[in-house]
Design a protein around this ligand. Structure first.
Ligand code: FAD
Length: 499
């Protein structure tokens, strides 16, 4: 039998332990897995909101949802509420799950646009079950128990990412992952191939490997520090470069959604957990200093702050290559997009599922590396453009920051997407692009965009039929939320961590 492939995971943040947990589930035997982390250095310590795909990750590990929510102080997330984005005083929700019902090949949003043109449409949220549940503070697993079968509720979670990493460590270690505590000081490269051969740790320890997964956070210890992959800077479109994070005391009700409120030079998140509310002010240092950002954050908390605001620095962008030689970057070492649509933990998860498909042995296959990097860049760029949309499509003209964003030119893909939407409401999802047409539509309309027209095929339906269908969807959705238990009651009954 050949010697096992030695995989070394560098870093024990959310990315490191997600990698360790997944590999411990799918790779042993045949692989020897070690994880190196340094308690002295610590983790980024933020990351609390997710998108529904995380359910797939947990399910792949066989994790019980209630156990996971209890261990991570988690709550349910059904949507993101955007406040003051289009203009001060505006609000809308990007809710998970379907909106309305498609008719044949025509997406629902074209029917909504026609009804809107006729003055017969309610706001978009009236046709979304997740919106109705979020507004009413409800939660239930499985489909709603009404006379009509509705699809399963689409949900994600709010949780403490450090507790999630600890939870996954408890999962991975008994399954064979070996943890090494220590600060990596230097990296040994093979003199001919340039591949990473070993890590040198404080105390004269050496950790050898065949494949290294760089989960070392922003610093990109191997991918950048040792192999110089290069960084593609996207700060001209996403100029925020700082955040201040602060937890505050909980208040009721326990809302099952994230809130993102636009501020004068950035935006503020609000994420309710079982034991506290996570808050943070993401801002652009070219337009606001840290003292003012802290003042604004502390003046806009629901409860007493539980700590001093903690500063974090970053730059929006992506590693030019996520995989170089025998090093694959996963997590913050591969790039960063501000957490407006809660996509970072998802990017870890999807990098890992891609990695399992392309998993290297001892020999590196150049074609695999190139295709992996192509898919990774595609995913990052499409999410980037969706996030840029929130800043570009605004009427705000109250500060130089918003003037800059409103006037900036955006990547070609987004320019084309906006042009196609503005004409006849067309939205196309390209290949495995993360956000579907329902998400794009919710944000475009929420940000005040409306197209000139809609798909002419919807005119086949009579006005009476259109009105009847729209009213029917609205009433089924409203009734479905009414019969569900409250989110707080759901947590108490199933996964209360507070005793
Ligand atoms: C302001 C902000 C808000 C965010 N909010 C969200 C959110 O709501 N939702 C979401 O999905 N994501 C969010 N994220 C992203 C999320 O926090 C990260 O994607 C996630 O925590 C993964 O981080 P990481 O494991 O890559 O890096 P880190 O947590 O930084 O971990 C790096 C690890 O590498 C180790 N390490 C580094 N150098 C060395 C060394 N020399 N020797 C040994 N060990 C070393 C460290 O000790 C640590 O264990 C947010 C990020 C920021 C900055």
């Amino acid at each position: 039998m050949s010697a096992p492939v030695r995989i070394v995971i560098v870093g024990g943040g959310t990315a490191g332990w997600m990698t360790a947990a997944l590999f411990s589930r799918f790779l042993i035997p045949g692989f020897d897995i070690q994880l190196v982390e340094s308690d002295d250095i610590g983790t980024v310590g933020v990351g609390e909101a997710t998108i529904p795909q995380i359910q797939l990750f947990n399910a792949a590990l066989g994790i019980d949802e209630d156990d996971f929510l209890r261990a991570t102080m988690g709550t349910i997330k059904l949507a993101i509420e955007f406040v003051d984005w289009f203009e001060p005083g505006s609000r809308y929700m990007h809710a998970f799950g379907a909106v309305g019902r498609d008719v044949g090949l025509i997406p629902f949003h074209h029917y909504w646009l026609r009804a809107k043109a006729l003055g017969l449409a309610e706001p978009l949220g009236a046709y979304s079950q997740n919106y109705a549940m979020a507004m009413a503070g409800r939660m239930q697993r499985g489909p709603a128990r009404t006379s009509r079968t509705l699809p399963e509720v689409q949900r994600a979670y709010h949780f403490d990412a450090s507790l999630y990493a600890a939870y996954l460590r408890r999962y991975a270690e008994p399954r064979g992952v070996r943890r090494i505590e220590g600060r990596i000081e230097t990296v040994d490269l093979h003199p001919e191939t340039g591949c990473v051969e070993a890590l040198r740790l404080a105390g004269d320890r050496r950790v050898e490997g065949d494949v290294f997964i760089d989960c070392s956070g922003f610093r990109g210890l191997l991918i950048e520090g040792a192999l110089g992959a290069g960084f593609e800077d996207w700060s001209r479109w996403l100029p925020c470069d700082r955040a201040l994070a602060v937890p505050c005391a909980s208040v009721s009700p326990l809302t099952p959604y994230t809130r993102a409120t636009a501020r004068l030079a950035g935006w503020q998140w609000r994420i309710p957990l079982q034991h506290r509310i996570g808050n943070g002010h993401v801002f652009c240092s070219a337009f606001m200093d840290e003292d003012e950002a802290a003042r604004l954050l502390l003046a806009n908390l629901d409860g007493e702050p539980l700590a001093d605001p903690r500063p974090i620095r970053f730059k929006a962008g992506m590693r030019k290559k996520a995989w170089v030689k025998n090093v694959i970057a996963v997590g913050l070492s591969s790039g960063f997009l501000e957490p407006l649509e809660s996509t970072s933990i998802h990017l870890i998860q999807s990098a890992l599922s891609r990695l399992l498909k392309f998993l290297p042995r001892k020999e590196m296959i150049e074609a695999d590396i190139a295709e992996y990097n192509r898919q990774s860049a595609f995913e990052y760029e499409k999410i980037r453009d969706f996030i840029i949309l929130h800043f570009k499509a605004t009427q705000r003209n109250d500060t130089p920051y918003w003037d800059y964003l409103r006037e900036m030119s955006v990547p070609d893909y987004l320019t084309d997407k906006i042009a196609m939407f503005e004409s006849y409401g067309r939205i196309f999802r390209e290949n495995d692009e993360l956000f579907n047409d329902t998400s794009w539509f919710a944000v475009m309309v929420g940000q005040g965009m409306l197209p000139k027209g809609y798909d002419p095929m919807v005119d086949v339906m009579s006005n009476e039929e259109l009105v009847r269908r729209m009213a029917d969807i609205k009433s089924v959705i409203a009734k479905s939320a009414e019969v569900m238990p409250g989110h707080f009651e759901f947590i108490k009954a199933n996964c209360d961590a507070m005793g």
